[in-house]
Ligand binder design. Structure first.
Ligand SMILES: *Cc1c(COP(=O)(O)O)cnc(C)c1O
Length: 427
């Protein structure tokens, strides 16, 4: 395929936008080459600036779970737009989406809408600190909770020390309040809690991780986290920005049967418009302004266009929960197909899958945490990514990203994807 026009547009974009993109992963740094500029999309397909048709496995990083330009969502937004796009005043549709979300997700009574997953996680942590009166949080290496300062932290020296900034601009003062643990390592978390007795406000986790590829938590790890949090008066925050309304109506809480204290959302809940949200029991949410002292606000929060897209999306998922099973079946089919082809190629690989999330890692280690995810061979990944792109298959341009299947994908699309891999030389 030819990607000439995309390359020209990228060169032009770089003049006016840092790196040519408004979010770094889009720039293809991890795989090399120029990013694809999209012109439009419908169902499972992207149509790019050169007129190519690509089968999409990113779905805008998750939101387009029913496929692109899904008619009920588009119609809801168009109708709403005609009546005004923002008021900065309460509207009924905010309550409608809140009520629906609360009815679908276990263990939450109230929800507050924001404009991104970043805002949701940032606000959830502030709420947890305000509620518990404690300052520190624990996060897991390789989990992503948006780009607010508290989360841009890498492991410090020594296992039981505090983290250090992993971006210039994040202060040591902020970093000292974020402790780093390894995913699936309960003993490591216990040691951190012990060493910071009565100082930890919250543990935040992607309950099924999707930002170091797809990683599944061990049952004893998740159960242990829940017990530890309850015993130590620590709030367990499930970052369900990816998993919420994707793994099922009730997200990972329901899939894993583990209750969280605060849950964050983004991606699917906005139906492709900028929405995030955080939710909890009433006694926790009651600490938020204007009811309580924990401040949180947003000029465009609960924006009517965003709410109408979210409402159309969640309504369909709520009324047709078989969509989740359909997605899981398609993902299992893709898994089996890719597995069959890769087995013949004689190179080490792992495939992780949960529901409609799946990722391929070129390593012989089981991928259970950030270290094992990072052990993948990036040269092989690059050949894989670009080889598939040449054949019109659009995969995430980084080995650390999960694929998100959308329900517009047909079995013929999946077969085309598997066949594309069959023809690739990866070694
Ligand atoms: C995407 C993502 C975020 C950040 O959401 P934005 O809308 O990009 O700010 C947070 N947490 C998880 C798990 C995510 O996947």
């Amino acid at each position: 395929m030819i990607y000439q026009r995309s390359s020209a547009l990228f060169a032009e974009a770089k003049k006016y936008i840092p790196g040519g993109v408004n979010s770094p992963v889009r720039a293809f740094k991890a795989v090399g080459g120029d990013p694809i500029f999209v012109k439009e999309a419908k169902g499972a397909y992207l149509y790019d600036a050169d007129g190519n048709r690509l089968i999409d496995y990113i779905a805008s990083w998750g939101p387009m779970i029913l496929g692109h330009a899904h008619e009920p969502v588009v119609n809801a937004v168009v109708e709403k737009a005609k009546k005004g796009t923002s008021f900065g005043m309460p509207t009924e549709i905010e309550t409608q989406l809140a009520e629906l979300a609360v009815s679908m997700v276990p263990n939450i009574d109230q929800i507050r809408f924001v404009n991104s997953g970043t805002e949701a996680c940032m606000s959830a942590v502030r709420l947890a600190r305000g509620y518990t009166g404690k300052d520190k949080i624990i996060k897991f290496a390789g989990c992503y909770h948006g780009h607010s300062d508290s989360f841009l932290i890498q492991a410090g020296s020594g296992a039981v020390t505090f983290g250090s900034p992993n971006s210039p601009g994040v202060t040591q003062g902020t970093a000292k309040d974020t402790l780093l643990a390894d995913y699936n390592d309960l003993e490591g978390v216990r040691a951190l809690v012990e060493a910071n007795k009565a100082e930890i406000a919250a543990i935040i986790i992607e309950p099924i991780a999707g930002n170091m590829g797809c990683i599944i938590p061990k049952e004893a790890f998740m159960k242990g986290l829940r017990t530890l949090c309850t015993e130590e008066n620590i709030l367990l925050i499930f970052d369900e920005v990816m998993t919420g309304f994707r793994l099922g109506k009730g997200g990972a809480q329901e899939a894993l049967n583990i209750p969280a204290d605060i849950v964050t959302f983004g991606k699917v809940i906005g139906g492709g418009l900028p929405v995030g949200a955080f939710a909890a029991r009433k006694d926790i949410m009651g600490h938020l302004a204007p009811e309580g002292p924990v401040y949180q606000a947003g000029t465009l929060s609960g924006n009517p266009l965003a709410m109408s897209a979210g409402l159309a999306m969640l309504t369909e998922l709520n009324e047709q929960p078989e969509i989740f099973e359909s997605l899981a079946r398609k993902t299992a089919y893709l898994h089996e197909g890719l597995d069959g082809v890769l087995r013949k190629k004689g190179i080490p690989y792992q495939i992780n899958r949960y529901g409609s999330m799946i990722s391929v890692h070129f390593t012989d280690q089981a991928v259970v945490d950030f270290t094992s995810s990072a052990s993948g061979n990036n040269d092989t990944f690059k050949r894989y990514f670009h080889g598939m792109l040449e054949k019109g298959i659009y995969l995430p341009p980084s080995a650390f990203e999960s694929y998100f299947l959308n329900n517009a994908l047909s079995y013929a699309d999946l077969d085309e994807t598997i066949d594309a891999l069959d023809g690739l030389a990866l070694g």
